[in-house]
Design a protein around this ligand. Structure first.
Ligand code: ZN
Length: 372
């Protein structure tokens, strides 16, 4: 199937700044001040991905677009008015810590609305047939944000806002969200925990963030039991474990659910050099996972697939992982070589670790009634 890929971004999203208010480590005492403010959620991971897409020539094969900010009515389908008011007030005052690990700067409310607007437009672009698939370079990210509480660098639930907007405007039916950001997609899970029309799957590092969370027992409530799947992987899991989790749990779960649209909460922080996690994925892992999802979308929902950018904190390496994803979505290969790949291929888990990781994935597949 020929693939036409839209890429949505806006320079203004890179201007969201939190560095004055929260640091990866609180500076003071024995912590020497960090260069550049030290906040992990830097715009550079995203800007450098866009730059690599441009200099590699891939941009000429993509439909590059921007979008308008999400409308108030779109936000209100997911977030209560009192939360939006609290966020806007803090943003208007110049910023500060909104909730747990969610620092804002001046204008962050408007920029977060734009970030959500990019996701809304990405979904609309695909549903209207203007592109087969789309990538929204949303920033700030969204997957930790609860309806009434910011969390983990996230202020608005970008993906639920986009889904609910599409349901209201286009009558969209069943949607599957696959979250492979290395941290648990707790916000998306919370929004859809009682909703049988949205399948949420999170592959994450066990007990990483929210701290201590695993989640295999949390499978949804009421009529939605079975439509929330958590796949916690052991720290140190690499390429093979990610693909095994995709092939033995995620793809069969998609087939069972039969979505009309697939959305990937695409974080890159499972890569082996990320400062906020301890996994061993690399650019080929993201390329292969994207291929599996793209092929599933072609089988199940006419290729309708939307990626929404989430975390990923290595300024040097995120661009190579993101380029692999966009090459796979668009079917266009550039001349760019991943400069870290040879090294990371040698740093994968040994046989004993792999056997342990594989045993746990097989148990989870059985637990979810997906074992073949
Ligand atoms: Zn993350």
């Amino acid at each position: 199937m020929p693939s036409h890929t839209a890429f949505l971004f806006d320079e203004m999203t890179f201007w969201h700044s939190a560095s004055q208010y929260a640091l990866t480590l609180p500076v003071g005492g024995w912590v020497q001040p960090l260069a550049g403010g030290g906040h992990a959620e830097s715009p550079e991971t995203k800007r450098r991905l866009k730059n690599l897409i441009d200099v590699s020539g891939l941009s000429s094969h993509l439909k590059i677009r921007t979008a308008i900010p999400a409308a108030e009515s779109d936000l209100l389908r997911v977030h209560p008015a009192h939360y939006l008011k609290r966020f806007k007030s803090l943003s208007d005052e110049g910023g500060g810590e909104l909730d747990h690990r969610a620092p804002t700067g001046p204008g962050s409310f408007e920029i977060a609305k734009l970030s959500a607007g990019l996701a809304v437009a990405a979904v609309e672009t695909v549903l209207q047939g203007e592109a087969t698939n789309a990538y929204s370079l949303s920033r700030p990210p969204g997957h930790h944000c609860l309806p009434d509480k910011a969390m983990g660098f996230c202020f608005l639930a970008n993906i639920p806002i986009a889904i609910e907007s599409a349901k209201a405007r286009f009558g969209l039916g069943k949607v599957a969200v696959i979250d492979w950001d290395v941290h648990h997609g707790n916000g998306t899970q919370a929004v859809y925990y009682n909703r049988p029309d949205v399948l949420t799957i999170s592959i994450h590092q066990d007990r990483c963030f929210p701290p201590g969370y695993s989640g295999t027992l949390d499978q949804g409530e009421g009529s939605a039991v079975g439509t929330n799947l958590n796949i916690p992987l052991l720290a140190g899991s690499g390429h093979e474990s990610y693909l095994e989790a995709m092939e033995s749990i995620v793809i069969p779960a998609l087939q069972r659910f039969e979505p009309e649209l697939i959305i990937v909460a695409c974080g890159y922080d499972a890569n082996a050099v990320d400062p906020l996690a301890r996994m061993l994925a690399h650019s080929e892992t993201f390329r292969c996972m994207t291929r599996l999802v793209r092929e599933a979308a072609e089988r199940l929902c006419q290729g309708r697939l939307v990626f929404v950018h989430e975390g990923g904190y290595s300024e040097a390496y995120v661009p190579f992982c993101g380029l692999a994803v966009l090459e796979e979505l668009s079917g266009q290969r550039t001349e760019v070589n991943d400069p870290l790949l040879d090294m990371l291929l040698k740093q994968q888990p040994g046989e004993e670790q792999r056997a342990l990781q594989s045993g746990l994935i097989k148990e989870m597949a059985k637990h979810f009634n997906l074992a073949s």
